[in-house]
Design a protein around this ligand. Structure first.
Ligand code: UDX
Length: 429
């Protein structure tokens, strides 16, 4: 099939190159000239395991390109994915300006196109958006009716950063929200993946499945963190508790790793957006989701409380922070739990020496010259009074702490293995 993908951010680029690797002919569209040029040269603007390779292969094969020209991309393809960003506004609601702009451009092109075209929403949008925002704009700009001249679907993505290529090629399931079965059949064809279950729903149900998935996983993390906080007080072994409950197939062992909480571009944003929609639009005050966020906000600061309990006033001390990215395997700092920790330490008069194998450069945008950026673990540890481990990078499993002035190490991710070498304390284990 000939496919256009609007937006070459994280989801767009993986969707585009992934579909090209399955043999489709793909045109990715973006408004950023520099990005388009980079992609056409086979350079991925973002770091993601195996993405560079998949992009280079697609370009070499000749069935993939990027362009600024959305009109031609719509004319020359049978279906379009909308993969633009939906950032959070200050009040937690989702900002739909990129979705609206993409819908307007697609609608304008559809006005001049005679053949049937399918528009698939892949951006994470709050339930009702495809029906209440996308379709009206498409209809207004094209002068045509959805379900007749063009089809509309909503197929959420469930890509984890660092594993996104694998998740795209081997999803657990494919959710297809459809306006009608003609559109759904075409969307199913393009998502065909061997041995994977499909679930076909209406548009807003598909949107809700995406939010509910993320909200549930976030809930599991805050749940195990709360249990971990209680275990630490009672003297029970949090990690064994996690393992023990995870053996129950109804619970499953996944997403039960205790620590300083969840960050990233999805969980915090999506939980907040769902809470916002429920309370502001439907006058329902979510209690569980509220508690999930509350636990997640407190959790990183507990690591500092542990340090204060052991070391007293931290003012004037030097801290080594190992890990700036929101999780291992990415250079992404968004909502990283290291951010509130570092800001709090700075506020308390602590000198921060940060290190991350991938996110050092991104971190400069967040912290500027308020902290120093080490090039390696040893540089971060040099003369530090204490060390906080904030991301589960494998290289933090075994560390030589000889260069530190103090001996106290506080682990927020349960990653350090050579614990006997230092005065070790885990966050909730
Ligand atoms: C997540 C979802 O997994 C994915 O399906 C969705 O499409 C986007 O959001 P991602 O943000 O890439 O993916 O990261 P994920 O691996 O899910 O981890 C999110 C955060 O939770 C990280 O900060 C991670 O450290 C934390 N986490 C995860 C825990 O603290 N404990 C766990 O057991 C699992």
């Amino acid at each position: 099939m000939r496919i256009s993908v609007i937006g070459t951010g994280y989801v767009g680029l993986i969707t585009g190159t992934g579909l090209a690797s399955k043999g489709h002919t793909v045109t990715c569209v973006d408004i950023d000239k520099e990005k388009v040029e980079k992609i056409n040269k086979g350079i991925s603007p973002i770091f993601e395991e195996n993405l560079d390779e998949m992009l280079k292969k697609a370009i070499a094969k000749g069935n993939f390109n990027a362009t600024l020209d959305i009109k031609n991309a719509i004319f020359n393809t049978e279906l379009s994915f909308i993969c633009v960003g939906t950032p959070s506004k200050d009040d937690g609601s989702a900002d739909l300006k990129y979705v609206e702009a993409a819908a307007k451009s697609i609608g304008e092109a559809l006005k001049e196109k005679d053949a049937y075209h399918l528009v698939i929403m892949k951006s994470t949008v709050i339930p009702g958006t495809t029906e209440n925002v996308l379709i009206p704009i498409l209809e207004k700009e094209s002068g045509k009716k959805a379900g007749e001249a063009f089809g509309v679907c909503m197929t959420p993505e469930f890509l984890r950063e660092g594993r996104a290529v694998e998740d795209f090629l081997n999803p657990d399931r494919v959710i297809i929200g459809q306006l009608d079965s003609k559109a759904g059949n075409l969307a199913k064809q393009v998502h065909e993946t061997k041995d994977r279950p499909f679930l076909r729903t209406d548009l807003r149900t598909a949107e809700m499945i995406k939010y509910s998935s993320n909200a549930f996983l976030a809930t599991k993390i805050s749940f195990i963190n709360e249990i971990g906080n209680i275990c630490k007080k009672i003297g029970a072994d949090t990690l064994q508790v996690s393992r023990g409950i995870g053996m129950d197939h109804r619970i499953s062992p996944h997403f039960l790793r205790p620590g300083i909480g969840f960050g990233g571009s999805c969980f915090p944003k999506d939980v907040k957006a769902l809470m916002h929609q429920a309370s502001d639009d439907y006058d329902y005050k979510p209690k569980i989701l509220n508690a999930v966020m509350e636990v997640n906000d407190d959790q990183p600061l507990r690591l500092i409380e542990l340090a204060e309990k052991k070391l007293g006033d931290l003012n004037g001390k030097t801290a080594a922070i190992l890990g700036l990215a929101f999780k291992a395997g990415t250079d992404d700092l968004r909502e990283s739990r290291a951010i509130p920790i570092i800001h709090k330490l700075i506020e308390k008069g602590v000198k921060v020496q940060g290190y991350d194998p991938k996110a050092g450069e991104t971190a400069k945008e967040e912290f500027g010259d308020k902290i120093t950026y080490a090039q390696n673990i040893q540089e971060a540890l040099k003369d530090a009074d204490f060390c906080l481990i904030t991301t589960e990078w494998p290289e933090f499993k075994n560390i030589n702490f000889d260069g530190m002035k103090g001996k106290a190490v506080f682990d927020g991710r349960n990653i350090l293995e050579n614990r006997a070498d230092v005065d070790y304390e885990g966050l909730c284990w």
